[in-house]
Write a protein that binds this ligand. Structure first.
Ligand SMILES: Nc1ncnc2c1ncn2[C@@H]1O[C@H](COP(=O)(O)OP(=O)(O)OP(=O)(O)O)[C@@H](O)[C@H]1O
Ligand SMILES: [Mg+2]
Length: 279
């Protein structure tokens, strides 16, 4: 838990609004905004003059072909790597790209969930909830009892895995892909992230698990947060997103409201982009 949130009672409940920046600072319009962002990997021009904003209480679906630059875009957005040039604003405040880091993104209430990389496999779940944010007592020792109690609450309330035979002592390796994703999202929700970034959360999941993840995304919006959701399955992203941003060879080529285009039309549109690339 970081000081930026202030006033949050860690034992009192999973989601407590007090001190959440989204609720306490009404004077910003976008949780994150990228302007004219370029990213080169050597000769590869991975992001071309990308301008993108994510408002509050908004689920933005990020779609595009393999290699379009989706993961690169969210890595730049969440402090994993700096842009080659361009500007990033968090809550309308400019960020110094040289200072920006994953830790700083955390502190600014941005959480990123990856299918594979978000959780430590051999660790029990309760430890996974507190990576980099240990709760210590006044002697500096980790407060295991308190951490377990909070983890228990996240399991029960935030994720709804009750009865699935999963406890805070289960290891991540015992979980299915969908359950891992649920835990990672639950963790992000627990930290009251104002922006939750999901990179391909439903890749290679069973149908039932996909439904869980889509429900989780719905919960993100219901709890007043924003989300960037990268997804290959157009039906899924069409269902949950408020706005779809299409990336093609590093450039934003379209912004679409799901209600303006059917899944079939969207599919045809993306295929037409690929054909342009082949010409
Ligand atoms: N660390 C890196 N070093 C060099 N090139 C990279 C690196 N990361 C990405 N790229 C290149 O940048 C381009 C965009 O990759 P990126 O991973 O962002 O695509 P993506 O849209 O996430 O694709 P996918 O849908 O397959 O996940 C690709 O050409 C890729 O090879
Ligand atoms: Mg990717």
């Amino acid at each position: 838990m970081n000081a930026a949130h202030g006033g949050t009672d860690r034992l009192g409940g999973v989601v407590i609004k007090a001190g959440n920046p989204a609720h306490s600072s009404p004077h910003f319009s976008d949780i994150v905004r990228m302007e004219g962002v370029q990213k080169y990997f050597g000769a590869i021009h991975a992001l071309r003059d990308v301008t993108l904003k994510v408002g509050r209480n908004e689920i933005v679906g990020l779609i595009g072909d393999n290699g379009a630059g989706k993961s690169t875009l969210i890595k730049v957005m969440t402090g994993v790597m700096p842009p080659t040039s361009g500007r990033i604003f968090i809550r309308d405040q400019p960020i110094d790209p040289d200072d920006y880091s994953v830790r700083m993104a955390h502190d600014l209430s941005i959480e990123t969930v990856y299918q594979d990389r978000s959780l430590a496999d051999k660790q029990p779940l309760w430890r996974n909830f507190f990576v980099g944010r240990q709760i210590t007592n006044r002697f500096g020792f980790i407060n295991i009892k308190k951490q377990k109690a909070i983890a228990e609450e996240i399991l029960l309330k935030s994720i709804g895995f009750r009865g699935a035979g999963i406890t805070v002592d289960s290891t991540v390796a015992q979980l299915s892909g969908g359950e891992r994703q649920g835990i990672a999202i639950g963790r992000a929700m627990h930290y009251e992230a104002d922006l939750i970034v999901l990179d391909e959360p439903t890749a290679a999941l069973a149908v039932k698990e996909v439904r869980k993840v889509l429900d989780f995304v719905g919960k993100i919006r219901d709890s007043g947060r924003a989300c960037v959701y990268i997804e290959h399955n157009l039906a899924h992203v069409h269902e949950v997103a408020d706005r779809l941003v299409v990336l093609d060879r590093g450039a934003v080529v379209a912004e679409i409201k799901p209600e303006d285009m059917t899944v079939a039309e969207l599919t045809d549109y993306l295929i037409s982009l690929q054909h342009q690339a082949d010409d």
